[in-house]
Write a protein that binds this ligand. Structure first.
Ligand SMILES: C[S@@+](CC[C@H](N)C(=O)[O-])C[C@H]1O[C@@H](n2cnc3c(N)ncnc32)[C@H](O)[C@@H]1O
Length: 321
């Protein structure tokens, strides 16, 4: 089964994007060749879904909804369960809901009113997860919405959603890291949401994002922040809210100064929100013993993580190159 080749050819049939298509294809091919014991199970699920009738996509907030009376929704749900855990979503198939751990619509509502319209834009979503937001970008009229996400399961989840849709949107998810994608300034809006704190070198991440941006492009950066003065950065020892690989959580002033140092302009902090258990919650779609935010906070004081750090708060910053 070829998961992406046909989609990739169609997606990159674009005057600008074809400049990076060859390299993207090469890296994608390599990424899918890894030895992962789950691949047969995931591929089987996609094959079954591929053979089912396709539905019409629409938005039934907070759900990305797919409708077709001739789809057997129960069969579909059984196959989608093979791709657990579903962190990002939520989705609705006819009247059945795939309630992901995160209610992605809450973040999207905080973001969309502050950014330039995506209509007819080329958009890059870095660290896209299963592409819930990338699909929302395409549904807002983006000419092309490319998500990049190295974690393979999320690429299978995206493929499952996309193969349920009758006329696929202009969207694609590829298993690439930002470091790997050829650096050509092609995109009108670049998103990095929930990715910066996972980077060992946050300044390298910011400058790589900038290298993907066309001359009048906008960056939408969403990341964890902590209270504190300029220059303050929390560097967790071990885990943060049970997450591994959290390298640095800046104060808002520090984040602004990083963006300034990386030569971004017109830097605006448009939202700061504490993450709630309404947005990140335990659902049956993260697996039997899946843990979520309620387990990551101090049971006696929800202003702290279980490790004693300030509880997760996220800022959204919009700026230009
Ligand atoms: C916390 S999730 C955020 C997903 C989604 N953007 C959101 O806001 O909900 C961060 C994702 O970024 C991906 N990621 C981490 N480092 C990356 C990199 N260097 N390039 C691309 N993706 C990366 C991870 O695999 C992970 O799925």
């Amino acid at each position: 089964m070829n998961l992406f080749r046909e989609d990739l050819v169609i997606f990159f049939d674009d005057f600008s994007l074809n400049k990076i298509s060859k390299k993207c294809l090469e890296i994608t091919n390599q990424a899918y060749q890894v030895n992962n014991g789950n691949i047969p199970k995931w591929s089987q699920a996609i094959e079954t879904i591929d053979a089912l009738p396709k539905g019409k996509i629409s938005l039934k907030k907070p759900y990305i909804s797919i409708n077709n009376d001739s789809i057997d929704s129960e069969t579909l749900m059984t196959e989608l369960r093979e791709l657990i855990p579903w962190r990002k979503g939520p989705f609705m198939i006819n009247d059945l809901v795939l309630e992901s751990e995160w209610d992605g619509d809450m973040k999207w509502q905080r973001i969309t009113r502050h950014i330039k319209p995506l209509e007819n834009k080329r958009v890059l979503d870095v660290g896209a997860g299963n592409g819930y937001f990338t699909i929302r970008m395409a549904m807002e009229g983006a000419k092309r919405a490319l998500g990049i996400e190295p974690f393979l399961l999320f690429n299978y989840q995206f493929r499952a959603i996309k193969s349920m849709i009758k006329s696929p949107l202009n969207t694609l998810l590829l298993p690439l890291k930002l470091e790997e994608i050829p650096k050509v300034p092609l995109f009108d809006t670049v998103f990095s949401m929930g990715v910066l704190y996972h980077q060992r070198d946050h300044m390298a991440h910011l400058s790589q994002l900038q290298e993907m941006m066309a001359s009048d492009a906008e960056l939408v950066l969403e990341t964890l922040v902590v209270e504190g003065p300029e220059d303050y950065v929390l560097v967790p020892k071990g885990r943060y809210a049970q997450m591994r690989n959290v390298y640095s959580i800046p104060s808002i002033n520090t984040l602004e100064s990083w963006l300034n140092d990386a030569n971004f302009n017109n830097i605006r902090v448009v939202d700061v929100s504490k993450t709630t258990t309404a947005e990140q919650r335990k659902t049956s779609w993260i697996g039997e013993n899946g843990a979520s935010l309620e387990d990551f906070l101090d049971p006696l004081d929800d202003s702290l993580t279980i490790e004693g750090y300030p509880a997760p708060t996220r800022a959204i910053v919009v700026c230009e190159r």
